[in-house]
Write a protein that binds this ligand. Sequence first.
Ligand code: MBD
Ligand code: FE
Length: 277
Amino acid sequence: PTAADSGASASASFRSTSQYSGDGAGSDTARVDALARALLGAVHQVISDHEVTYPEFQAAKKWLMDVGEGGEWPLFLDVFVEHAVEEVAARKQTGTVGTILGPYYLPDQVQLTTPATLPARPDEAGTPLAFRGQVTDTTGAPVPGAVLDIWQADEQGYYSGFAPDIPAGNLRGVVTADDQGHFEITTIQPAPYQVPTDGPTGALISAAGWHPWRPAHLHLLVSAPGYRTVTTQLYFAGGEYLDSDVAEAVKPELVLDPTDVGDGSREVTYNFVLERN
Ligand code: MBD
Ligand code: FE
């Protein structure tokens, strides 16, 4: 998979997913004035403090054009900026801790009922994982019929829909829990994710001497009528890059520690708490 594959797909997906259209952002002149002024002011301050030169300014302009032409704005913004927006939103939230959505969510995936197995190739590589739990409200009462929309990378760190040669819908599913909010989802453990190194986002990462990795993770949207949807990710204890996620989206409450069952598979329980709207 190349940066062009995943970048362009992420841009197309963002544009077609009306849920994330930006409706609700408002168009209040005073707000736009304040935000645009502060953002430009921060840029001017960096230029002044670091005595940015004309060649550096032109290189930055070229790089910004490349990000757009390569379709990498969703990737770049979700890796380097989304965590700050999420942290602001989290200030007003209770229930299960959230984290960033990222660029690789796709709506309308296969609908499954617990106990569910995510769609996988016949020869899907990776350690089998049984992921169980219960969805409750903030009083501990079960939330009947809660829905877990789950997506993840495969054992090579690639997402279906954003890399060639992976069947559509692979390792994605929308799982309805039972009437007590219990769910059981069988999948495989994902691998860490590497930001594509052949595009402009990867070029910046390597030019700055950073690493391009996110720790292995499962993505989830947990929802039920009348409750705020939790957007989160779950990570794996002992995994690489847990302490140095390029996207800065790891929170300690979100780290799973699966146990070996003995037959080569692993299992883990994680419960979700939803707050009322
Ligand atoms: C990912 O898989 C991801 O979850 C985020 C947030 C950014 C880039 C790739
Ligand atoms: Fe991801």
